[in-house]
Write a protein that binds this ligand. Structure first.
Ligand code: NZQ
Ligand code: ZN
Length: 387
């Protein structure tokens, strides 16, 4: 087994009717001025904003709404200004991955003296040195952002989507109430399943590892997600919804990566498809993943076979099982209503393989995957075959 070191300080408050715990958790943080950040309207529509504000009556609360799906740098910078003016000492993210990621950025940018975009661009010597503490109230199980220290920030005028993170950016607490699933559109529930499934596979579909526990845990999450996938049609079913939420958190809370190698290339390419075409994050993964596994089939065959036998219960010789595993996974995504071809989302894909390959080259991303064998030619081929 590989050596590893792991820490995750986030308190997960999981289940129904737990919001009453919020004032106490804030008092423990000695909070005075709260910045309450949310998205484009769903939390008002579902009545959650009022419930949260009720729990915040003992604190000075400033609200900032309007964070977009794929949170925009320019919008977040307005929140940073507001937080500076109001001497915010704690932030609450009320929303899905976009709002939570946005809050991670805001928390780091508040006390940053320079131009925060430089941090996202990883300019030399530019990094967030401190962060205002924050908690989250999750409204969409998908990204795992409620339980990790990563964030992805977009700047659409530059067609860029960049990552940030580090130990400063774990939420202090996260409320995870599965009843929010009942308020979600089908598309977002399906996206959540695909994103959690892909987070698991990015940390699993490499080559067989000696870390038997993490392999089984990943297979457990994948099997559970398949088992509860009909939550798309039964969002009020608490058993299904709670298991989806639990899986999504576990898929990216740092546990699965302990002592194993990963391959995040699908996410890397997917983020560029979102930046270029506005395709939902999970949809971008469903487009790229099957083609990437085909492109690197010989290198991933052993693990595809293991996945095919243990999770999908496929039979046959190893190569057949591995091929079928790709096909069945693509069919699983499609069964959720998530399309798996780029041309089903946009007609202006011409040349995007070259654009993305150039972006990767400029970033020095020229050898990716678990064996550092995914080249820029591979990236172009994967994108071309995904059309
Ligand atoms: O803006 P509102 O009106 O709130 O609507 C949102 C949004 O339009 C809506 N929604 C959220 N909760 C709802 C709801 N609608 C009805 N009822 C509710 N309870 O859903 C739409 C999508 O929300 P968003 O937060 O964008 O979705 P998701 O959670 O999938 O987050 C996607 C973002 O997270 C990043 C992605 O790149 C993308 O920017 N990721 C973050 C990661 C992380 N921090 O660890 C990892 C992921 O791989 C991913 O990259
Ligand atoms: Zn993801």
């Amino acid at each position: 087994m590989e050596n590893f070191e792991v820490v995750n300080p986030t308190r997960i408050v999981f289940g129904k009717n737990q919001l009453g715990r919020l004032p106490q958790l804030l008092k423990e943080q000695k909070v005075t001025n709260v910045l309450l950040v949310y998205g484009g309207g769903s939390v008002q529509r579902i009545g959650l904003l009022d419930k949260v504000k009720e729990q915040l009556s003992a604190f000075n609360v400033i609200e900032f709404g309007g964070v977009e799906a794929n949170p925009e740098y320019t919008t977040l910078m307005k929140a940073v200004e507001l937080a500076r003016e109001s001497e915010t000492d704690f932030i609450i993210a009320l929303g899905g991955g976009s709002v939570i990621d946005g809050v991670k950025f805001i928390s780091g940018a508040i006390n940053y003296k320079g131009e925060p975009w430089d941090v996202l661009e990883r300019k030399e010597g530019c990094s967030f040195q401190s962060a205002i503490p924050f908690g989250t109230i999750l409204t969409l199980p998908a990204t795992g952002s409620e339980a990790n220290s990563g964030a992805v920030i977009s700047r659409s005028e530059l067609k860029l989507k960049l990552t940030m993170g580090g130990p400063l950016f774990f939420p202090v607490f996260s409320f995870c109430d599965p009843t929010v699933v009942a308020t979600l559109p089908k598309r977002q529930i399906a996206n959540g399943i695909v994103d959690a499934y892909m987070h698991t596979l990015e940390q699993y579909l490499t080559y067989p590892m000696d870390n038997l526990l993490q392999e089984r845990e990943a297979e457990g999450i994948l099997s559970t997600l398949i088992e509860v996938a009909n939550v798309v049609d039964h969002p009020n079913d608490y058993k299904l919804a709670s298991n989806l939420m639990h899986c999504a958190t576990h898929a990216l809370n740092g546990n699965l990566r302990c002592g194993v190698i990963s391959d995040w290339t699908t996410h890397m390419i997917g983020h560029e498809l979102t930046a270029l075409f506005g395709i939902d994050h999970a949809q971008s993964l469903a487009i790229i993943a099957p083609r990437l596994w085909e492109q690197k089939f010989s290198e991933k065959q052993d693990k595809l076979t293991q996945y095919g036998r243990r999770v999908l219960h496929l039979e046959g010789d190893n190569a057949t099982v591995a091929r079928k595993a790709i096909q069945k996974t693509e069919e699983f995504f499609q069964s959720l209503g998530v399309k798996t071809h780029l041309s089903e989302y946009t007609s202006s894909y011409q040349g995007c393989e070259k654009t993305i390959s150039t972006i990767f080259k400029n970033r020095g991303w020229v050898a990716m995957g678990e064996r550092k064998s995914i080249t820029l030619d591979d990236v172009q081929q994967i994108i071309l075959s995904s059309i």
